[in-house]
Design a protein around this ligand. Structure first.
Ligand SMILES: Nc1ncnc2c1ncn2[C@@H]1O[C@H](COP(=O)(O)OP(=O)(O)O)[C@@H](O)[C@H]1O
Ligand SMILES: [Mg+2]
Length: 365
């Protein structure tokens, strides 16, 4: 069956009404991006941040409408708001369990997502840039290297980094109305960045984050996974809460750097997960020490060992130390995890040791 043309898609969308202006969705300027490939429509609806709740039914209607067109196998519609709008204010002490105005009532009462996966592990950190995605990626590849069937889900809706770290530029294919995770480095990977351009700066409101995350979990044909590693955005916001409430997590791995500031954030992360009943598998110290590439000398430029002491203080396991290495950043930038590109490097060995620890922690559950 021939695919609809972009004009035909727009004509179909013009039958939906924009609740704010009363005009049709297309002439109201709501269509931010619209793509059709291999029978999958991917569309972003432009909304103001405060409209997210009101636009959720429109999002769903657009999805159903597009998915029902001849020549379309499935449709994914997301809501986006751009950064030129002021950042959404996060009230201090933003309480876990806080309602997000989602239409389905208490998210904790809904059936759990990813229920048929052996163990779902969240990789979290109190702040960004501590190496969460690096750890998630290399840990997932190391676990896959042990014969486990491993999925890697980029839940960093705000700043997806898996497309770059895994070297993926293609879009997921669709089969039987679901997106297929992209097979790479022995993993099954999925990221919002495979669907929308990762360089498009966007701001997401609570309900959008929940919607987008839910789609990445439910509308993806994950194939019999023993383990799923979820790379979370930094902090303790909506994505963390959605996951804690909607997924039966085996536990969270908290990544920190050795500095006191990062450790304070890590502590907040630990408390947040504990408060919502998620087990902490342990704390990892990244950029722990500097390994001189020329002579192998170990220099502890950030005063290494802080995370180990913090883990002891918090009563959680210490899962290991990852060295600071230029090649680690380079391999991430180049799209090949260091566990694959330099398996004998100190960093790859540290990730293998981390995989041992995580496997042990999972077995102990
Ligand atoms: N141990 C490390 N040594 C060198 N560079 C690292 C290390 N860990 C992370 N990086 C680099 O630091 C940057 C931030 O890491 P990333 O994994 O994206 O952090 P996060 O996901 O926590 O924001 C990336 O460029 C990454 O390659
Ligand atoms: Mg990241």
């Amino acid at each position: 069956m021939p695919q609809p043309t972009p004009e035909q898609l727009r004509a179909a969308l013009a039958t939906l009404t924009d609740p704010a202006s009363g005009r049709d969705l297309v002439s109201a300027g709501r269509i931010e991006s619209l793509q059709l490939k291999d029978g999958l429509v991917q569309m972003a609806l432009r909304v103001r941040r405060e409209e997210a709740g009101a636009m959720e039914p429109v999002r769903r209607a657009a999805e159903a409408l597009l998915a029902g067109l001849d020549g379309v196998r499935n449709a994914t519609v997301i809501l986006t708001a751009h950064r030129d709008a002021p950042a959404p204010a996060q009230p201090p002490g933003h309480a876990p369990g806080h309602a997000h105005g989602h239409a389905h009532g208490d998210p904790r009462q809904q059936p759990k997502l990813l229920a048929n996966i052996g163990a779902v592990i969240a990789i979290a950190s109190g702040k960004g840039g501590v190496g969460k995605s690096t750890v998630a990626t290399n840990l997932a590849v190391a676990l896959a290297g042990r014969g486990l069937s491993v999925g890697l889900l980029d839940a960093d809706i705000y700043g997806p980094s898996l497309p770059q770290m895994l070297g993926i530029t293609r879009r997921p294919e669709v089969r039987d109305e679901k997106m297929l995770p992209i097979p790479v480095w022995g993993l099954q990977a999925m990221s919002i960045g495979f669907i929308i351009d990762p360089d498009t700066a966007m701001i997401w409101r609570g309900p959008m984050v929940m919607g987008a995350l839910q789609q990445l979990m439910e509308q993806v044909a994950w194939d019999k996974l023993d383990v799923m590693v979820i790379d979370l955005p930094p902090g303790t916001g909506d994505a963390q809460l959605t996951l804690a409430q909607r997924v039966d997590l085996a536990g969270a791995v908290i990544v920190s750097t050795p500095q006191d500031v990062a450790l304070a954030d890590a502590r907040r992360g630990v408390r947040m997960f504990e408060k919502v009943g998620v087990k902490i598998l342990g704390l990892v110290e990244n950029m722990s020490y500097f390994c001189c590439p020329a002579c192998g000398h170990r220099a502890e430029i950030f005063g290494h060992g802080g995370a180990r002491a913090e883990a002891a203080r918090l009563g959680v396991r210490f899962l290991g130390e990852i060295p600071l290495l230029a090649t680690l950043r380079e391999s991430g930038d180049a799209g090949t995890p260091i566990v694959v590109s330099a398996p004998e490097s100190p960093a790859a060995k540290a990730f293998q040791a981390l995989a041992d620890e995580v496997q042990t922690a999972l077995a102990r559950r």
